[in-house]
Design a protein around this ligand. Structure first.
Ligand SMILES: [Zn+2]
Length: 469
């Protein structure tokens, strides 16, 4: 007897990828012990698994793998819409120093991380994201911010890789003036504490994993970068880092080298690295990333927000670099928006409508993202033996959704609010669009209160009113 049978759905397997993966319509998925047992035509599986413990009728629904976001900072939701004094922001450097650090990261507390991560992970699940890679940044909340992250993630039920950002940056001091190794050491300690605790607890049966966080090539010395590689090898946890999100000229002027060159020399790069942004790169920088088989987390919306340009995604793809999708939690948590923006921005940027077709845009948040996180055999597509991270989507479409139109539906029409049911490890965590695990009103209330508390530290009074609560 199987645990679950999803029947009568349009099953988009995306295995081995979106373009060549079979589509079953009507199809069915049998789930046993948190994993996919079999996928096939609905009539066949309904007969074979007639005694399933639970049956979900997927008529009128798309069944597909859950989306995967390979780079974000979930507590950043606390800074959404913060009415800061934008006249202080004259350049990208001001945005980093003020908006990113002084007005947000440096004043984030453990309670803020807990509430922000609960909210962000819940919203992601509700809109179809079942796995997230989160880089936590809160230097004045050390030690302990990752405990708050683990608690929030455990409660909502999302799959996650998390790490704390190792940086020599001194809170409140411009990076050009001073860096301090002691801050990096505190960051390493936080990561190691998490990695060792997950090794002993099992991390919710592997649903939560550690991934060592490193800030950038320009806020860490070569010694810190070398140490990061050593720790990543010791714990086999991989690394998440920001690369080339700032103008290349800054690093070349300061160090005589680009970020990929600095990181290559330090021996940090490798196939277990997820590098966010990767915008301002030369051909030789791209060659370095390709040679080291680095995975890129493409974050087109935040790159646009900072006025940092458009990453050379088509060129990187041509060189065989694995490109996945990240979002930084600066805008909505709806992966549909990021898929659509990635689908459009390169066409506009290169004046070429043939770039990034719909199947490729979807792969950024599915198979490519699973591979980036070292989870290719486990998630990112629907296939027997893989983890049962499954979405059921009820398309609100003005036109027929059929096996031949279902892929473009995702770039043209799909919104996260069309997601109805979400399974992680075979467990229904979202049912009828609502969480089965947490009180959503309480999660939102706590997040709004923590956002107001954070804003207050910036001198901004904003009492949560009935609109929020
Ligand atoms: Zn980031």
């Amino acid at each position: 007897m199987v645990d679950l049978l999803i029947r009568n759905a349009l099953v988009l397997t995306c295995h081995p990828d979106v373009l060549s993966g079979p589509i079953h319509s009507p199809g069915a998925i049998a789930v046993q012990g948190g994993r996919i047992l079999e996928i096939g035509p609905s009539t066949e599986l309904e007969t074979k698994y007639a005694k399933a413990k639970k049956v979900i009728d997927g008529a009128g629904r798309i069944a597909m793998p859950g989306f995967i976001i390979t780079h974000t900072h979930m507590p950043y939701v606390l800074g959404h819409n913060q009415p800061v004094d934008v006249s202080q922001l004259r350049s990208f450097w001001d945005m980093l120093q003020k908006m990113g650090w002084e007005w947000l990261e440096d004043i984030t507390t453990a309670d803020g991380i807990l509430a922000g991560t609960q909210y962000a992970s819940l919203k992601m699940l509700k809109t179809g994201t079942t796995t997230v890679c989160d880089l936590v940044e809160a230097p004045n909340a050390l030690p302990g911010p990752l405990d708050a992250s683990v608690r929030a993630i455990t409660e909502t039920g999302i799959r996650a890789q998390i790490g704390y950002e190792v940086t020599e940056r001194v809170p409140g001091v411009p990076i050009a003036e001073q860096l301090d190794l002691a801050y990096a050491e505190k960051g390493f300690d936080e990561n190691i504490r998490l990695l060792e605790s997950l090794a002993s607890t099992g991390g919710e049966d592997g649903r939560i994993q550690g991934r060592l966080g490193v800030h950038t090539a320009y806020t860490n010395s070569p010694a810190t970068l070398e140490k990061a590689r050593k720790i990543a090898d010791q714990y086999a946890c991989g690394i998440q880092i920001h690369i080339a999100e700032i103008p290349r000229a800054f690093l070349v002027e300061k160090y005589g080298k680009s970020a990929p060159e600095i990181l290559d020399e330090a021996g940090l790069l490798g196939p277990d690295v997820v590098a966010a942004h990767c915008i301002d790169l030369t051909d030789s920088d791209i060659d370095i990333l390709a040679r080291n088989r680095v995975n890129v987390a493409h974050t087109p919306m935040t790159n646009s927000l900072g006025g940092n340009g458009v990453a050379r995604v088509p060129d990187m793809m041509e060189k065989g670099i694995n490109i996945s999708l990240g979002h930084d939690c600066f805008f909505t948590l709806d992966t549909a928006e990021y898929i659509r923006y990635a689908y459009l921005v390169h066409k506009a940027h290169r004046a070429n409508p043939m770039l990034i077709p719909p199947f490729q845009a979807l792969d950024l948040a599915l198979g490519h993202a699973a591979a980036a996180l070292g989870l290719k055999e486990e998630i990112g597509s629907l296939h027997a033996g893989k983890k049962a991270d499954i979405l059921l989507i009820r398309p609100d479409s003005p036109s027929p959704v059929t096996p031949s139109t279902v892929v473009p539906y995702f770039t043209m029409t799909f919104r996260g609010c069309d997601v109805e049911t979400v399974l992680v490890d075979g467990e229904v965590v979202i049912e009828g669009g609502a969480s089965t695990r947490v009180d959503e009103t309480a999660v939102r209330k706590a997040c709004v209160e923590q956002a107001a508390a954070l804003w207050k530290r910036n001198g901004i009074e904003a009492t949560p009113d009935s609109i929020n609560l």
